[in-house]
Design a binder for this molecule. Sequence first.
Ligand code: SF4
Ligand code: SF4
Length: 207
Amino acid sequence: MTISVSEYFAKRKKAERKKEPRYIAVINRNSCTSCNSCASVCPVDCIYEVPGVLPSESYHQIDTTRCIGCQLCYRVPSESTDFFTLTVCPWNAIDMLYNPAQKKDVIVLEPYYRGEKQEDMPWDEIEEFGYVLYLNEEIRVRPTDELRQRVIDYFTQPVWATNGETPFRICHPEPEDHGNYRLYRVTPEGLQLLTRVYEHYPKVFMD
Ligand code: SF4
Ligand code: SF4
């Protein structure tokens, strides 16, 4: 069943899962043709469709805050050695990532942060959101999700730069308010930075 973005956020109001998964899946909207193949196999129904004015402009997205990393949208798990021919998505539009919360590796965005560093900065979620923004140039956040709202606030402040630049925002500070979710979009300079940072980001299996 295809569920639209508005229906999805109206029904699934909380970002929830029992614990942090090892992997998370992210759809590249520019490669997605909205065939719904991935959504039909997702056991937790965390994939929704963003309908376009024309059907060819529609695409699917994964709510990474609810993805359990099961890989069912990515490959047939029993035949893991033959993953190239067994991907579920006909366009290879899905990236399977190591969940930053489990990776415990270098936080790739941290060297570009120029704001005041707080002890409890949610770097894992910042890294996750950064990858989604790199692939899709937009991200949806529930206004009730205090953690993710805090995470996106870092992206909307002029606190990011490479060496010697005046700090800039990665996301526009004024989101589109859709009631159950807010849609944030990247700035051109933000996308440049994200591309530089995430171009060679490690993925699962397809590296
Ligand atoms: S990895 Fe599993 S839980 Fe995550 S989007 Fe794909 S099918 Fe759904
Ligand atoms: S299977 Fe691929 S093309 Fe089809 S909706 Fe999912 S991401 Fe898009």
